[in-house]
Design a protein around this ligand. Structure first.
Ligand code: SF4
Length: 393
């Protein structure tokens, strides 16, 4: 897919670059009480394992703010503090974290925002301005009647301009709504008028299935337009799933190529093995692999290995051939494998292939340091923004 990405300013959240042509960054948010250091650190480690590049933690109490140094000390990925209502918590958090998220709709008087800006400036860390359909300023609700895309975009632009007026530009912006079309329209409107990096997300998207679908459409439509520099898939599920879905969206759009892409046939009356079980088990056990690999699981060998020829490695069939299936690599039959050994054989071969590629191939090198993707960018709707290369890592 040829995606023209918008040229945005670049900011740095800890070691991770956002915007300005850097690869689209996948982030998530922790779910335990942040004051519970052990549980929060444990979850951040789980998120790191599946490739999460930035994590946001809620800082809603003085106890949560006090826990930040210990959490930071025990984790490696950049941390964003999520602040609502109480700017004093933002001031405390700014001393420790890599970025502070505030919502201009609920932080209160402007002088409070200015204090937060002073604090983040002192440590040279960015702000995320997070506008939300559910907490728009009263005057915008009066003006528009309800949270429209125009109201969301205006709220975000007002905040950006007010910050620019005090000389602050180290920020990224989000305009979230739980309604997919509202969210898409709001981001499109904003992107036409601003080049700050954008954090994309459908807020309160729902459970694993419905939330993934809504997020894939909302985030996917915008990314296909070239809009968006970092994404968070909000799910009422384990945040590990948010990261996995985030990477799947990027993989489907060919914006990132991290990890194993499992393709499986839909099965039909010819099926000889439990494709669904095998594919799920493989996905579960290869989450730690970072290099891009395509793995195919086919229910039979009706088309030989033809249906899996795009895969790097795969298995097909089983019961119908004397209890044997086949293992194939890069379009070539490698050997017959007993049905009951197909899973472990394939997993072992995947590990070998991943190690070989890690040693010699490009793979996913994380954020901002990968090879050229050879794609280009432009603004949506012909706004005339410059083209930039897209990094494919
Ligand atoms: Fe059916 Fe075999 Fe095709 Fe799977 S690979 S859909 S089992 S014919």
């Amino acid at each position: 897919m040829f995606i023209k990405r918008c040229k945005t300013k670049q900011i740095r959240v800890g070691s991770v670059l956002i915007g300005g042509g850097a690869p689209v960054v996948v982030q998530s948010m922790t779910t335990p009480d942040t004051a519970d250091v052990k549980a929060t650190v444990e979850q951040i480690h789980q998120l790191e394992q599946v490739g999460c590049e930035i994590v946001r933690v809620t800082v809603n109490t003085p106890e949560a703010a006090k826990a930040l140094p210990a959490i930071k000390k025990q984790t490696a990925i950049p941390i964003i503090a999520d602040i609502h209502f109480d700017h004093r918590l933002a001031l405390q958090a700014a001393e420790v974290v890599d970025c502070v998220r505030i919502n201009p709709g609920n932080i209160g008087a402007w002088w409070k925002v200015e204090e937060v800006v002073k604090a983040v400036r002192e440590r040279n860390i960015p702000l995320r301005i997070g506008v939300n359909g559910g907490s728009l300023e009263r005057e915008l609700l009066v003006k528009y009647g309800y949270p429209t895309a125009e109201a969301l975009a205006e709220s975000a632009l007002n905040a950006v301009h007010a910050l620019e007026d005090i000389g602050f530009t180290n920020m990224k912006v989000s305009l979230k709504a739980s309604d997919v079309s509202l969210m898409v329209d709001a981001y499109r409107l904003f992107a036409l008028q601003s080049d700050y990096p954008l954090h994309l997300g459908v807020t309160e998207a729902g459970t694993l299935l419905t939330g993934s679908i809504k997020s894939s459409i909302g985030i996917g439509l915008l990314l296909a337009d070239g809009i968006g520099d970092t994404i968070r898939v909000s799910l009422a599920a384990d945040p590990v799933e948010e990261v996995k879905v985030g990477f799947e969206i990027l993989k489907a759009l060919e914006l990132r190529h991290r990890g194993v892409n499992v393709i499986a046939c839909p099965t039909c009356g010819r099926v000889e093995i439990d494709v669904v079980k095998l594919a799920n088990e493989i996905e579960k056990r290869v989450g730690h692999i970072r290099v891009p690999l395509t793995v195919s699981v086919l229910g039979c060998v009706v088309n030989g290995i033809g249906e899996g020829k795009e895969a790097d490695i795969g298995i097909a069939g089983g019961e119908g051939h004397g209890g044997h299936g086949i293992l194939f690599k890069e379009g070539k039959l490698i050997r017959k494998v007993k049905s009951e050994e197909l899973l472990e054989t394939l997993l072992a071969e995947i590990e070998i292939m991943a190690k070989e590629r890690e040693a010699g191939g490009p793979g996913d090198k994380g954020n901002g340091h990968g090879g050229a993707q050879g794609n280009a960018s432009n603004a949506p709707g012909g706004s005339g923004k410059k083209e930039i290369p897209v990094l494919k890592v």
